[in-house]
Design a protein around this ligand. Structure first.
Ligand code: SAH
Length: 352
């Protein structure tokens, strides 16, 4: 008989599974608490179940963390994990400690649906969508490797892939992140980043997971966005994207984040900043400027710091909340846009 993958089941289905074994419903809670609160990686660890029960579970069900192929640590404390999936595909997650926060950046696809010209993951093409258990298992596996008492506080779906191109599986995983019987994170501590798939943005806002949304804008004209983010911008050009953002009544105290990667001489002039102010008028938002992280062979250059500050000051003067993202983990190719199973050999070499 094929074993049931517990991480792939909804909580409701775990209850049904437990009932099928002839057990009382409280057993489902017990097992879920081992998985999501105590990060058990196998049934053997569930010591408040009898030996016989653990053996029965082992015969009928499967519980496994992801295979860690490499774990690299940056000088700034950022860690990159390369995971091997059952079919041999590889994905990456990045753990970013920052004062009180411990943010985990996870992947939603092996490779990516989109073809943004500045992003290393795009060069792989789409291998496949991740299953919801592979998405949540990135969190469980890493949490299980952390010292006792250290907890992931924030999750961002900004790793490999376009999360909104895999919305059903991403939604299932997020339900497990924010449910009190799952990881119990506040939805405010979970962020989806999208290149701008408009129908899925609207579906997300109307759906069951009220998480934060970041939109990767990166350009203020269709001419440039068509060049650097061809696939998504041809489907949903700027006017469609911005009018969707403008039309939706955001919940109280929420803002959309617009991410804007700065490329030297391409999108970092004060005229660009002026257009950004116009584009975002009437949208409750903030702007997150991202220094470009080059990778071997990348076609763009990073905007110098002083220009980045001029750009930021222009936006601040126009009363836009604007932050500059600290770039982390660049020495191990763990920074934004540097994730790829192809980069793996290179990044190992750079830390040896
Ligand atoms: N597909 C999603 C999530 C992955 S990319 C999205 O597009 O939002 C996460 C963020 O990294 C995006 O804002 C993207 O614009 C940015 N990014 C991609 N490549 C980058 C690079 N080389 N340097 C800096 N940021 C990059």
């Amino acid at each position: 008989m094929k074993k049931t993958k517990l991480l792939a089941l909804s909580f409701q289905k775990v209850e049904e599974f437990v009932a099928l074994l002839g057990w009382k419903p409280y057993r489902a809670k017990q097992i879920l608490s081992w998985i999501y609160e105590r990060h058990a990686a196998c049934f053997e660890e569930m010591t408040d179940l009898s030996k016989a029960d653990r053996l029965l579970l082992d015969a009928r069900a499967e519980l496994r963390h992801l295979e860690v192929i490499t774990r690299l640590r940056s000088v700034d404390g950022t860690e990159k994990f390369l995971f091997g999936l059952e079919d041999g595909r590889q994905i990456e997650s990045v753990l970013i400690p920052d004062e009180e926060r411990l943010t985990l950046c996870i992947s939603s696809q092996a490779g990516c649906t989109l073809d943004c010209t500045f992003c290393l993951t795009a060069q792989e093409g789409l291998k496949r969508n991740l299953k919801s258990d592979e998405i949540i298992n990135q969190v469980l596996t890493i949490q299980g490797l952390l010292p006792v008492g250290k907890r992931v506080t924030n999750i961002v779906l900004m790793g490999m892939g376009e999360p909104l191109a895999n919305l059903p599986q991403v939604t299932e995983a997020i339900i497990k992140m924010i449910s009190p019987i799952g990881l119990g994170l506040s939805p405010r501590r979970v962020t989806i980043s999208t290149a701008g798939l408009v129908p899925q943005i609207l579906a997300l806002w109307q759906g069951p997971v009220p998480v934060n949304l970041s939109i990767s804008l990166n350009a203020t004209t269709n001419a440039l966005r068509d060049q650097i983010m061809p696939k998504v911008n041809r489907l949903y050009p700027l006017e469609k994207l911005m009018s969707a953002c403008r039309s939706f009544p955001l919940p109280a105290r929420r803002r959309i984040t617009f991410e804007y990667v700065l490329f030297s001489g391409i999108n970092d002039s004060l005229e660009d900043a002026g257009r950004l102010v116009q584009l975002t008028k009437g949208i409750r938002c903030k702007i997150n400027l991202i220094p470009y992280n080059p990778y071997p062979g990348s076609p763009y250059r990073r905007t110098p710091d002083d220009q980045m500050i001029l750009f930021q000051n222009f936006l601040l003067k126009a009363r836009l909340i604007t932050t500059i993202r600290k770039s982390r983990g660049g020495d191990i190719l763990a920074a934004c846009g540097q994730l790829s199973s192809l980069s793996h050999d290179q990044s190992c070499a750079s830390t040896n």
